[in-house]
Write a protein that binds this ligand. Structure first.
Ligand code: AHG
Ligand code: MN
Ligand code: MN
Length: 332
């Protein structure tokens, strides 16, 4: 299947389910359109006056960049009118987003982070878009926030698009993970990274070391051992990366293995973690598990967490399976 376009790939997958009517394929095509437009807005950058602050804060109390707002609008506009979505939930909106009454509704709920790693955007470093697709409960015409609060194992599909030197879309529908590179000349995502697999072992970790003094003992122990390498009892020396964009960390792990942690810390006692369950932790955990990796809070498999609120934050430890298991063991 190398060289085929995303839409051809999706139609091929759809034909494996004879009863499928194509709504899901068309929804993913809408998401791909949104990501192409976002890629364009991000790459135009200062030429389009898109950099810098928006002068507002989101529900999470984070200062919004202009591109947080622009990309959120692009994503909503691309999905709200085509009839495949029942409602949307965005990291940037206080409340869930209902479909305007002028448009038909579909059966899917979409949670998304329109611009992940937005602190990177003015630095010309990688950023991305993350999305998670759930089914709306049967017979529900106007979904409520509660309808979104489904555990990650219920996801029908998860994906992200990374805007780096290339624009790459990574997708899972629960049958492995595939990567598609945007060919700007023809405006199509092309399957370039079929069946991405994460090696079970790694010698590379990613964590924001400036939070060290706020970590719990198990994470402190694990990172200390990585830093000491062969002198501290590990069988190898470790390398470290921190890109401050989860999309880029996860893409690196899908490419060459590794472990990424934004663990529980006591920096802000009101917060259970930094990353958001519905827009970041769940979709990335689904992708990582489907590529043969593991994902946990340290105490619980992320995909099993029953969500309590739409903007809930959770600790995240994900990547190469044997290293995640080691850290989970340190928490026992
Ligand atoms: P967002 O830009 O959507 O708010 O997400 C940023 C997240 C995540 O992508 C990244 O791993 C982490 O925040 C970086 O946090 P620090 O700035 O604390 O390192
Ligand atoms: Mn994010
Ligand atoms: Mn974001």
């Amino acid at each position: 299947m190398n060289g085929v376009s995303l839409i051809q790939f999706l139609i091929h997958e759809q034909r494996k389910t004879p009863l499928a009517k194509g709504g899901f394929t068309l929804l993913l095509n809408d998401i791909a359109s949104a990501c192409k437009a976002i890629s364009h807005a991000v790459h135009r950058g200062a030429l389009a006056g898109n950099l810098g602050l928006a002068g507002s804060e989101n529900i999470q109390g984070e200062v919004q960049k202009q591109l947080d707002v622009i990309t959120n609008q692009i994503f909503i506009k691309a999905l709200e009118w085509t009839g495949h979505v029942a409602a949307l939930a965005s990291e940037e909106n206080d409340e869930i987003i209902q479909i305007p009454s002028a448009y038909p509704k579909g059966k899917y709920l979409v949670c998304f982070d329109p611009l992940d790693g937005s602190s990177n955007v003015d630095l010309n470093m990688s950023v991305g878009t993350i999305f998670s697709i759930l089914r709306a409960p049967e017979g529900v015409a106007t979904p409520s926030t509660e309808d979104f609060l489904q555990a990650g194992v219920n996801q029908v599909c998860a994906g992200f698009c990374i805007y780096g030197p290339s624009t790459i879309m990574v997708l899972t529908t629960g049958n492995g993970v595939n990567g598609f590179t945007l060919d700007g000349d023809i405006g199509e995502f092309i399957l370039t990274h079929p069946n991405l697999r994460i090696p079970p072992d790694t010698a590379e970790f990613a964590i924001n070391m400036s939070n060290q003094r706020f970590w719990e003992e198990p994470v402190r122990r694990y990172v200390n051992e990585c830093v000491k390498g062969v002198d501290g009892g590990r069988e190898k020396n470790f390398n470290m990366r921190w890109i401050a964009a989860m999309v880029a960390e996860v893409y690196r792990i899908l490419t060459r293995g590794g472990i990424f942690m934004y663990p529980y810390d006591t920096k802000d006692p009101g917060k259970e973690g930094k990353l958001r369950l519905m827009y970041e932790a769940n979709p990335m955990s689904f992708i990582i598990e489907q590529a043969g990796g593991a994902s946990s809070t340290g105490r619980q498999r992320i995909l099993h967490i029953p969500p309590k609120s739409i903007h809930q934050r959770v600790p995240v430890i994900l990547g190469s399976k044997n290293e995640v298991e080691r850290i989970v063991n340190y928490h026992r």
